[in-house]
Design a protein. Structure first.
Length: 492
């Protein structure tokens, strides 16, 4: 193990818990505000125009891979391992992304004009695509060096900009294009903010240039990330695009409205993943024992958070949908949301397998897992959406997440038996505690969610405590991580 790797491992390890907390708190605040904003946006647009807006977002997710080619994920990993080269890496990728952005915009324009029949949204859509790509690249620098608190600030301000502009637009009865420009403005802020912070706090000296040798050397390593990202968006967005082809935009609106809480919860595993992923990458080259332990704890935390959300959403689906459906246009979204609830725990667990495969240089197998899941999703959606519409799309989303979990688990331990994850051993106590919570919530489902949800949380917390689902050393680790942020130098 090199001194650089050892130093990176120590710093990232000490900051993993506190960084996760920072991002979770920031994203929790952000997602609560964002969810309120989306409710405002959806109810202001109505089901048909909201269906048009979410169709654009679906196409954007598919085309975004052209604007990145997987370099962003590779940059995060390599910058964590070689911090002295961070400025060179980032400067080259910023310049190279200009060419990628042009190519992506061309593809996006064709998709919106010919595929979706939304030519009026091409210009704002392309602006959003490019701004999102650069904001994501720059903010990933914070995670590669374990300074997630800077992105926490960006997340909060970004969300406030979105909220202000969208509420203003709803009062003016603005069209779809206005809201796309509103999101673009928030990401432009993140670009400027991230660039300034990187320079002012000397996180890395950005050296602009186009190192073609770096691009050529990284391209074979980056493409599996790109392939995985594309396929992830295929299986996540295929339902929207196929639904848009066979059914009216209003039905797309019902499905995507139900999907919004499901997608909003995705920030939880992703927030933890962005912090843990560089740590796993460093442990892979420094300590096999720490790698296995971090993998197991990462998975356990994800199930600990995801399972109660699955149970709670399923039982309390009616009051949840009532909170969102202020205009009354999305009553049909309720059965879709009840189905999607089953996918939440799989959505969370998938982050463990995704991060682990990428961290141990098996991004190719990650691509295979995603390809298999995407094939299942697309085939079943084409077969069932013409018959059952948005209900079929909801069901296929859950089945795809479950399939991806199974493939990811298998590929991590393939030819590496020491990395076999004991799923039942790690999660059975958590599952029992969640089931107890569901039983307690059932008679409360007719009451206000602000009464039922806290009651369910108390039951779940008691179940976790009495079943000893969290081990003493895991409590100590969490405490040490928090203390290291509050009082630097107190954690080992």
């Amino acid at each position: 193990m090199t001194d650089t790797a050892a130093s990176a491992a120590a710093q990232l390890g000490n900051r993993a818990v506190s960084n996760s907390l920072f991002i979770l708190v920031a994203r929790s605040v952000s997602k609560v505000v964002s969810l309120v904003v989306v409710i405002v946006l959806a109810n202001a647009l109505g089901d048909t125009r909201y269906g048009q807006y979410t169709t654009l977002i679906a196409y954007s997710g598919l085309v975004a891979v052209v604007g990145d080619l997987g370099f962003q994920s590779l940059y995060t990993r390599e910058a964590a391992r070689n911090r002295t080269q961070l400025g060179d890496y980032l400067g080259t990728l910023i310049v190279f992304r200009i060419f990628l952005a042009v190519a992506a915009s061309v593809f996006f324009a064709v998709a919106l004009g010919l595929g979706a029949g939304l030519p009026a949204l091409i210009v704002p859509g392309c602006a959003l695509l490019v701004a999102t790509a650069y904001a994501s690249l720059l903010r990933n620098t914070f995670y590669s060096i374990g300074r997630a608190e800077f992105d926490a600030i960006a997340i909060v301000v970004e969300t406030l900009i979105q909220a202000g502009l969208i509420v203003f637009g709803s009062r003016r009865h603005s069209g779809v294009a206005y809201y796309i420009w509103a999101y673009t403005a928030s990401y432009v802020f993140t670009i400027v903010y991230s660039a300034v912070v990187i320079q002012v706090f000397r996180l890395g000296r950005i050296r602009f240039g186009l190192d073609l040798n770096l691009i050529v050397r990284w391209l074979p390593l980056a493409l599996p990330f790109a392939f995985t990202f594309f396929l992830t968006n295929v299986y996540f967005r295929a339902g929207v695009l196929i639904l848009q082809h066979f059914r009216p935009f209003a039905e797309v609106g019902w499905y995507t409205f139900a999907l919004k809480p499901f997608e909003a919860l995705q920030f939880v595993p992703l927030a933890i993943q962005t912090v843990v992923y560089p740590l796993l990458g460093v442990y892979f080259v420094s300590s096999a024992a720490r790698l296995k332990l971090a993998y197991e704890r990462f998975f356990k935390v994800l199930v600990l958070l995801g399972w109660p959300l699955t149970v709670g959403t399923f039982v309390l689906v009616h009051p949840i949908n009532q909170i969102f459906n202020r205009s009354g246009a999305f009553g049909q979204s309720e059965p879709a949301l009840r189905i999607l609830a089953f996918g939440i725990v799989f959505l969370f667990a998938n982050s463990a397998f995704y991060a682990m495969l990428n961290a141990i240089n098996r991004q190719g197998l990650n691509a295979w897992a995603t390809a298999l899941a995407a094939a299942i999703n697309v085939a079943l959606n084409f077969a069932l959406i013409p018959l059952y519409g948005y209900i079929a799309a909801s069901t296929m989303t859950v089945l795809t997440e479950a399939a991806l979990c199974a493939f990811g688990w298998w590929f991590v331990q393939l030819k590496r038996p020491e990395l076999r994850l004991p799923v039942i051993k790690l999660s059975w106590r958590i599952l029992v505690a969640g089931a107890a919570m569901g039983i307690a919530l059932y008679p409360l489902r007719r009451y206000s969610i602000f009464l039922a949800a806290p009651a369910g949380f108390v039951v779940y917390a008691l179940g976790i405590f009495f079943l000893r689902a969290i081990e003493p050393d895991e409590w100590r680790l969490a405490k040490a991580g928090l203390l290291s942020r509050i009082r630097p130098g107190t954690a080992a």
